[in-house]
Write a protein that binds this ligand. Structure first.
Ligand SMILES: [Zn+2]
Length: 276
């Protein structure tokens, strides 16, 4: 595993998810296992999920916080997600199985991510979704906070944003005093409703959640959502931007979408994966 990102770039994020769960650190959770595990997931899928964690870290989408999951290949009502751990440090042994309510099947007491409800409720609401990336990617946060500036596709690499990027306002569900985290199934449902049929939902004051019809697509879209946000902000400095229109967005989603393996193979190699 190659941790080749500039660590100094991560200093902006101060969220508390991912910390080891204790009473004094309430943003992680130790919870009881429930139910019977499904047959073991394909080892390649587990390896790819580990690689996805490392790729997202290398691209600054996640730092010590944030997480990526994939739907279980043998049980569509289950998903795979790391135990409570910084994404760059995830290994195959850290991958756990969860049901859609966010209950681990065999965590054996290991702390789990508090915001696992993001994943379970999106998988429940969207049968087409096979992978979910949740991050606090700094570049997208301004677009969640400034309602007059929606995130829009500024180049061909992110045509998938053309279907619209909703912003989740947690105050509508949790009231005015929450810690912004998706810490319950109800909040997960509200987030999934806000996502609707889109690929990306911004979360005001928090970050973003990106979905895909497979793991590589979700990772690809998370990386290019972040890049799009950076470019859109730069264009705003220059003047009024011309964004992709609906037809261009649809066309580029198809053409660029056919090249995802090319990016994944390179990124996996950079991440030191043995399974590019
Ligand atoms: Zn979060």
């Amino acid at each position: 595993m190659a941790l080749n990102r500039n660590w100094s770039k991560t200093s902006m994020c101060t969220g508390s998810e991912g910390q080891v769960g204790t009473v004094s650190e309430p943003a992680a959770e130790q919870t009881m296992d429930r139910g019977k595990p499904a047959p073991a997931a394909d080892a390649t899928l587990v390896d790819d999920l580990v690689t996805a964690n490392h790729i997202l870290f290398n691209h600054g989408v996640v730092d010590a916080f944030g997480h990526v999951s994939v739907r279980h290949d043998k049980a569509p009502d289950r998903f795979l997600l790391a135990r409570n751990l910084a994404p760059a440090l995830v290994t195959p042994d850290d991958i756990l199985e969860f049901d859609l309510d966010g209950n681990p099947l065999a965590a054996r007491g290991r702390p789990v991510y508090l915001e696992r409800f993001i994943h379970g409720e999106i998988y429940r609401a969207r049968p087409d979704v096979v992978a979910v990336v949740h991050s606090h990617a700094p570049a997208v946060v301004p677009f969640g906070a400034v309602s007059s500036q929606p995130l829009m596709p500024i180049w061909h690499m992110s045509g998938f944003l053309g279907e619209g990027v909703p912003v989740f306002e947690i105050r509508d569900s949790a009231g005015p005093g929450s810690d912004l985290l998706i810490r319950s199934g109800d909040l997960g449902v509200a987030l999934a409703e806000s996502l609707g049929t889109s690929s990306v939902v911004l979360m005001r004051g928090h970050g973003a959640t990106v979905v895909g019809s497979n793991l590589k697509q979700a990772v690809f879209r998370a990386v290019y959502t972040q890049m799009n946000a950076e470019l859109q902000l730069q264009a705003k400095i220059l003047g009024a931007a011309t964004f992709l229109n609906a037809q261009e967005a649809a066309a580029t989603t198809v053409s660029v979408g056919s090249q995802i393996d090319r990016a994944w193979d390179m990124w996996a190699r950079q991440a030191g994966s043995n399974n590019p």
